[in-house]
Design a protein around this ligand. Sequence first.
Ligand code: AHG
Ligand code: MN
Ligand code: MN
Length: 341
Amino acid sequence: MSNTPFMTLERYIVDQERRHPEATGELSRLLSDLSIAAKIIARETTKAGLIEILGFSGSTNVHGESQKVLDLYAHDMLFKAMDHGGHLCVMASEEQEDIIHIPKQHRIGKYVLLFDPLDGSSNIDANVSIGTIFSIYTRISPDDGPGTLEDCLQPGYKQIAAGYVIYGSSTMLVYTTGSGVHGFTLDPSVGEFLLSHPNIKTPKKGRIYSINEGNYKYWHPGIKRYIKWLQEEDQKTSRPYSSRYIGSMVADIHRNLLYGGIFLYPGDSRNPQGKLRLMYECNPMAMIIEAAGGRASDGYKRILDIQPTSLHERAPIIIGSEEDVLMVEKFIAEADLNNED
Ligand code: AHG
Ligand code: MN
Ligand code: MN
């Protein structure tokens, strides 16, 4: 018999809270509500191949991308799970243009929730891992009214919690409140998330790189030189690195978090701000990776220090093992200094 403690997500959250007597319990209830939405989305994603849920829904989201039925389902499910708990004052989703107010009949709380309901959704039809990403802030507007756009547009270093759910060969929920990163695996037979990865630390240096190399032609010269450098042979620096790219940010970063490595979605000459959204993707993943001992940058500065100006803005991102991210920053700085193109 294994001597690993039988620790459900619920029990873990409550235990953590007991260690912080000043905590009100609201954040715990918020995370617990989120885990319920995650279980329902997990249930639907595993059925995706069986029902008519596959295929395009026919509408387009604010980023001009086709939305799949499951994207919308996950968005609705998160809203429904989170609108009445009394902990939130406002929400924002990658799939909705404007901020989402809490319905009038429900109590308003002090937290702000931003989410990417389904990440990597172009992979659904191929049965490849997808995810949900969430980011939590404390409101800055007066607490007697509804939440505002300003509550949502806070820089990432102000997040009080962030996490993701990965719907893969198993479903996992990974979250941090800043000091440690904890991973829970869903036992589908009992419907509980069980602590499977306590206090995750990412290696300081990895041997994996993840980037869409189809964009090579459009990259910054520093990124081009860095990727070519990774492909050279050098035992001392464990090169060449292996290339792994799933095309679901959650899955690519989850793997690199555990094994070490680097994920890049840089800006390029066609899309100077890259592709990934600051509020729903870059900030929460950056908080998790930093809490695990890694680093997240836009090539020049820390992701978490970017002051957002709009809800759906994008940011270049280079994220993962600290030494690897530092090396990319060095290549970019050198290329800039030498005016390479
Ligand atoms: P989403 O499904 O939420 O729109 O996100 C897709 C993102 C991200 O998950 C992934 O890393 C990236 O798109 C892949 O983009 P490319 O196909 O351009 O490589
Ligand atoms: Mn996404
Ligand atoms: Mn999405």
